[in-house]
Design a protein around this ligand. Structure first.
Ligand code: PMP
Ligand code: GLU
Length: 398
């Protein structure tokens, strides 16, 4: 038997975040006491009122195929959320629900990008964006946002990256992996560049909307002169601690929603019926849980920034949202613990895992090889213990 996978698949890199999390679980299964700060998912349980809605949905027999873009009740709850929380007007026909925001991003890319089209991705980026673009046979074009610029790109950098082949910009705010948040003013400056380039669509990943420490979330879709070129990505995974339920959505112009609907109709159909009923209650129900979790993330952010700044050789930015810290660790490159040498951020993360028993993710996978990512969606005790270990482990590097 010749084991030959498609060229398409051979071009694809596996998800580094999921791979590191898997490694950490394997070590745990062997009895090693690993603190997992690799994968980004809230450590909270899904709030009870949402779980109750799912139990009721099962008893009420919400067990059949839903319409491909989701049940009308869920789409209406999303329309109301966009109006009430974001001041945005969308029709239910402009919403399409999928198996997590991950599928929503992938749908949008697959629906818009032709072979050879360029997609601008500010780096550091979430690991899956370039891979999805490659799957669509597009070309990722990276714009480097440096730690000195708080990991945000400037309008000048955006302008310089746009060519006649540019099809889309993927902008994630609050950002995974850096925690940076674009203010409305910063978005407006980027928007003014995009206005000059009619072919460019903005894929605005707002999955961390509610995990924001600097004030009101701003969306590119708030600008009327570009709204008809914006695809909002959002969902329930992060705000409602529902990563396993797999519900994300896009809010977009009708023609893009129709395109994604066609794709999804052939590929996965509508997302899980029971999860949709739970997500409907997440959006329409009591929102106290969102603020409770946000506050916990903010407290942990303050703790982790303080602890990280105490470690010699790490350069730390102050995250404004999401639940990641993305310190620069390149001062350790070239150092060694005995004959174990640290050459890059992947070596660095592996060293922290295997010697310090703290799972993180090297920055290479995020397009920023000088840094590494820690998810602080874990308890204060874990954060404190993890930094004790990191400090001791890094002190061995000479
Ligand atoms: N976008 C970003 C930036 C993310 O970090 C994640 C988390 N995996 C997603 C999208 C996908 O979210 P979901 O779990 O809803 O698929
Ligand atoms: N978004 C999370 C992370 O970046 C989940 C893992 C993934 O989907 O890649 O860690």
């Amino acid at each position: 038997m010749m084991e030959i996978l498609s060229d398409r698949l051979n071009r694809l890199a596996p998800s580094a975040t999921l791979a590191m999390s898997q490694k950490s679980s394997e070590l745990k299964a062997q009895g090693v006491d690993v603190i997992n700060m690799s994968v980004g998912e809230p450590d909270f349980n899904t709030p009870d009122h949402i779980k109750e809605a799912a139990k009721k949905a099962i008893d009420d027999n919400w067990s059949r195929y839903s319409p491909v873009p989701g049940y009308p009740e869920l789409k209406n709850a999303i329309v109301a959320k966009l109006k009430n929380e974001n001041g945005l007007d969308y029709k239910a026909s402009q919403i399409l629900c999928s198996n997590g925001a991950k599928q929503s991003v992938c749908n949008a890319i697959m629906a818009l990008v032709n072979a050879g089209d360029e997609v601008i991705i500010p780096a550091p980026y979430w690991v899956s964006y370039p891979q999805m673009v490659l799957l669509a046979e597009g070309t990722p074009v990276y714009v480097e946002a440096k730690i000195e610029a708080n990991f945000k790109i400037t309008p000048e950098q955006l302008e310089a990256a746009i060519t006649p082949k540019t099809r889309a910009l993927i902008l994630c705010s609050p950002s995974n992996p850096t925690g940076s948040v674009y203010s409305k003013k910063e978005l407006e400056a980027l928007k003014n560049v995009l206005l000059k380039h009619e072919r460019v669509i903005v894929i605005a990943d707002e999955i961390y909307e509610h995990i924001n420490y600097v004030g009101k979330h701003a969306s590119m879709a708030e600008f009327d002169d570009i709204k008809d070129r914006v695809v909002i990505i959002n969902g329930v995974s992060k705000a409602y601690a529902m990563t396993g339920w797999r519900i994300g959505f896009i809010a977009a112009p009708d023609w893009i929603v129709k395109g994604c609907n066609k794709l999804q109709g052939q590929y996965t159909s509508g997302p899980c019926s029971v999860s949709q009923k739970a997500a409907e209650v997440a959006f329409a129900g009591d929102q106290t849980c969102v603020e409770t979790m946000r506050k916990a993330f903010e407290r942990r952010k303050n703790l982790i920034v303080k602890l990280a700044k105490e470690i010699p050789g790490l350069e730390v930015n102050e995250p404004e949202g999401a639940f990641y810290l993305f310190p620069k660790c390149s001062s350790y490159f070239g150092k060694a613990d005995g004959d174990r040498k640290i050459n890059n951020s992947t070596d660095f993360a592996m060293y922290l895992l295997e010697v310090g028993h703290v799972a993180t993710v090297g920055g290479d996978a995020f397009g920023s090889p000088e840094c590494f990512r820690l998810s602080y969606a874990t308890s204060d005790e874990n954060i404190i213990e993890a930094f004790k270990r990191i400090k001791e482990t890094l002190a061995r590097l000479k």
